[in-house]
Structure formats: C-alpha cells, structure tokens
Design a protein around this ligand. Structure first.
Ligand code: NAD
Length: 447
C-alpha cells in the first residue's frame, strides 16, 4: 500500500506546504545496501568522567572503518559513553555533549548513549542517574528530525568489550536499524558468540527456519537472512505453496508447506530438517516465529472461534514448535519471536491478538535464562505499523493514523523488521537475550 502523504511531503511543493502548516515531515529512510559502509559519516565520541566503554567503542568504530572526529561540521553519529555517570549531577556532561551538536546531526543520523544498568548500581544516586539516560534518549528520539534515531545501550559489568558491543553497534549505527528509535537494549557479559569472518555475511553456514515466509514480513526475513549467508527453510500454509516455492527456489533454500497449528507440525519439521545437509553444529541454528494472524473485534463482539484462531497460530503453535525444535537447535542457536506493539500497549479490537503477542514476551522471558547455558538466545521483535497485506486490510483512517503516529512519521517496511531479526539471529549477538526490540519508529502506542 503506497504512502501518498510520504511522497507528497518529500516532493518540492509538498515539503514547503507541510513545513508551513506544521504537519509531520517524514523523509525517505535510507536502507542498507550490501557493500555500503556500516557507518555513513563522521562520528563524535564523547564520554562522562570514569567512562569504562570508551576503548571498546573506539575499537568497534575502527573495525567499522568509521572516522572518529572532534568537530565535524555535520556529524553522522553522536556516541556518548555514560558508563561512568555515578550521580544525577554528572548528567550535566550529557547535556554539554549533545546540546551544541544535536542541531547539526546529519539526515538519517544516529545517536547512541551507552550506560550501566540501573539494577547494577551501587548507590541510589547512581541508579537514578542510570535510569535518567532512558528518559533522555526517549525524548531525544522524539525531537530528532530527518530520519535520525536515538538508542540506549545498557551494559552489564564486564560487557565493555569490543566482541560484546560490535554486532549491536553495527546494527544501531547502520541503515539496518532505519525504523528503530527510542529503544533500550541490554548487553550481558560473558561469551558473546563468534565474530564473523565477514560482517557482510554474518550468517554464513547457518540454517534458518522462517514461518509465515510466503509474503510480508516473513518473506523479507527469509530474503534478508539469505542475503546475510543463511540457508533458509521457508514455511507457510499449504494454500501459499506457490509463492513459497518461488521464494525458496530464488533463495536456494527449502519450501515447507505446512500449517503450524497442525498437531504433527513439530514431528514433520524435525524430519524435514534431519534430511537436510547440516553445515554447522545442529540441524537448525535459527528459528524465526513470524507466522501470525489477526481476527479483530471488540471483546463483546468476538466469538470463541476468532479468539481461539488467533491464540492457536500466534502463541500456542509457537510454544509447541519451540519445544519440538529445541533439541534440533545447535550450540549458539537463536530464537526470534514476532510480537507486536499491540501486545505491549494493548489495542482496541485486539484482545485476542494482544494477548497472543504479550504471551510471546512471557515465553521469551522464561526461556532466555534457561537456554543461556547452551549459548542459545531467545528474543522478540515487536513491529509497529509495517506496510504489508496485514495492515493494508486495516480501515483507511486507522491506517493513516497508524502510519503517522511515530517519531519517524511513517510506516516501516518489512525489511526493517527483517534487519532486526537478522541482527538478533547473528552468532555475534550472543550478549542479547530475553529482550523485546521494538521496530516501530518509536510509535506513540505504549511508548
Ligand atoms: P501477513 O498476513 O502479510 O503474513 C503472514 C504470513 O503468515 C502469511 O503468509 C500467512 O499465510 C502465514 N500464516 C498464517 N497462519 C499460518 C499458519 N497457521 N501456518 C503457517 N503460516 C501461517 O502478515 P505480516 O504483516 O507480514 O506479519 C508477520 C508477523 O508480524 C505476524 O506475526 C504479525 O502479527 C506481526 N506483526 C505485523 C505488523 C504489521 O504492521 N504488519 C505489526 C506487528 C506485528
């Protein structure tokens, strides 16, 4: 579905009109192109006293080929190490760093603040100062213009290492995170997982199963994982056999037409996976639960069938398939569930859908610590308004509002969710588990 307002507002006449009327001013967001440098311009690296991550941050920026400069006229990224902030008064350094620079941030620029986690703080003042970073970043995300984004990275003690930070920083600083803003990610200490030989193909040698892959976000996930080097097993309902087979053939992968709610789905999948050549450790390395449906009605008008159909596909099948496929997941396996901001904030007409999507957050939270021993991570992405067949079916007025009510003033593209999934699925993203990454342009819903 075309976003006519976006085309209008980025045109010559339209741009003038929307500026004069004070209307939302979306810009075309740059998306990742293979071979493009991960960081598109000069970076300014600042820090508060006692900063602990600066050396690691510099090493990552170096590895990305980024230019770190003191005073570029138009910085592309502003990265601030606030790991040393131990009291609210020390937050002045944050203001002193960003205030003179934020206005000159490049179009599509990036802000990343790095801090310690409030729960690891030694004093009340330190906990307050660390938590303050969250409010700062969320507000800055709402103030930035021109497709720029702001994120907060919270490091556990010991996570201040290049290997721990690199995959996350590469994602946040690059065009891969075009539709992610105002988010907080936490990085654990410990073995972060293998660094790739080639950052352009971080999933080389990995096998990924993607459910609901025939169209929309799932098709973009399959394509993006394949682009990053994975061998893709694409699953969708038997009714979608044709587009599914076409996609799998194009990606050199395998098509599995199967309804995930079928009682035998787990067994059948295990068989199909076992019959595949395994390049890595297990038969499966990456499991992406993407298939999902909506059957919207307010609760008073929702019959039991609509209620159950949504829970069946979006939550019950996910729980069952995860259990069935866990033995197939090799060391360093990755599970990514597709939640939704409706599941975080609630939404009129979606008690069934939001219950199912919130349930996934519960699943992720439970499994993450239990699977950490095997080096397996479990995370969720929570898309906001993404331009697919699912949102094209939403009534026109709701659709128009849904697109515009976020800091980037536009809907996301399926590839935006796919890039987030690919980041979480990478071997080098082992420090990120049990988290929900919103891909919503910092939607106002539940923000
Ligand atoms: P879509 O309807 O375009 O695609 C969903 C795919 O899942 C379809 O190909 C469908 O055939 C498949 N599927 C449905 N039931 C299945 C089953 N029982 N077994 C196997 N496959 C099945 O939807 P989309 O917009 O691409 O959404 C993908 C995921 O993202 C869903 O989980 C959705 O809830 C979630 N999501 C989407 C948005 C959005 O704005 N589009 C927002 C938040 C979350």
């Amino acid at each position: 579905m075309a976003d006519r307002y976006l085309s209008f507002a980025t045109g010559r006449v339209g741009a003038r009109v929307v500026r004069r009327l004070g209307l939302p001013r979306p810009v075309e967001l740059p998306r990742h192109r293979p071979g493009a440098p991960p960081v598109a311009g000069p970076v300014v690296l600042g820090h508060a006293d006692g900063a602990r991550a600066e050396k690691a941050l510099r090493a990552v920026l170096d590895s990305c080929g980024a230019r770190v400069e003191e005073r570029p006229a138009r910085p592309f990224a502003l990265v601030f190490d606030a790991t040393g902030v131990a009291s609210p008064a020390q937050l002045d350094r944050l203001h002193a760093f960003f205030h003179p620079r934020v206005r000159s941030l490049a179009t599509g620029g990036r802000v990343v603040v790095v801090g310690g986690a409030p729960e690891d703080a030694a004093t009340a003042g330190e906990a307050a100062a660390r938590r303050a970073l969250d409010g700062f970043v969320r507000s800055l995300g709402k103030e930035l213009r021109g497709g720029a984004t702001a994120q907060l990275l919270l490091l556990a003690p010991g996570a201040e290492r290049q290997e721990t930070l690199e995959s996350t920083l590469r994602f946040l600083l690059s065009a891969r995170s075009a539709y992610v803003s105002g988010q907080t990610l936490r990085l654990a200490a410990g073995e972060p997982g293998g660094q790739p030989a080639d950052w352009e193909r971080p999933l080389a040698g990995r096998t990924a199963l993607v459910t609901g892959a025939a169209r929309g976000i799932g098709a973009a996930v399959a394509e993006t994982l394949a682009r990053d080097g994975a061998r893709v097993v694409a699953l969708d309902t038997p009714g979608q056999r044709e587009p599914l087979t076409e996609l799998a053939e194009r990606l050199g992968g395998l098509a599995v037409p199967l309804d995930i709610t079928a009682p035998e789905a787990g067994d059948l999948l295990r068989e199909r996976l076992a019959a595949q050549p395994a390049d890595g450790g297990g038969a499966l390395d990456i499991l992406v639960h993407n298939a999902g449906i909506t059957r919207d009605r307010t609760l008073a008008r929702m019959d039991a069938e609509r209620w159950r159909a949504v829970l069946d596909v979006n939550l019950i099948a996910v729980e069952r398939l995860t259990e069935a496929l866990l033995p197939e997941l090799g060391e360093g396996g990755r599970i990514v569930c597709t939640s939704s901001i409706s599941g975080l904030a609630g939404n009129v007409g979606q008690t069934n859908y939001a219950a199912s999507k919130a349930g996934l957050v519960g699943l992720v939270g439970h499994l993450a610590p239990r699977l950490a021993e095997r080096g397996i991570t479990v995370n969720a992405v929570a898309p906001g308004f993404v331009e697919t067949g699912m949102t094209a079916a939403v009534p026109a007025l709701v659709r128009m509002a849904g697109r515009r009510m976020n800091s980037l003033a536009q809907g996301g593209q399926p590839v935006d969710v796919a890039e987030a999934v690919a980041y979480l699925a990478a071997p080098a993203s082992g420090a990120v588990s049990g988290q929900v990454l919103r891909v919503c342009g910092q939607a106002l819903l539940g923000a």
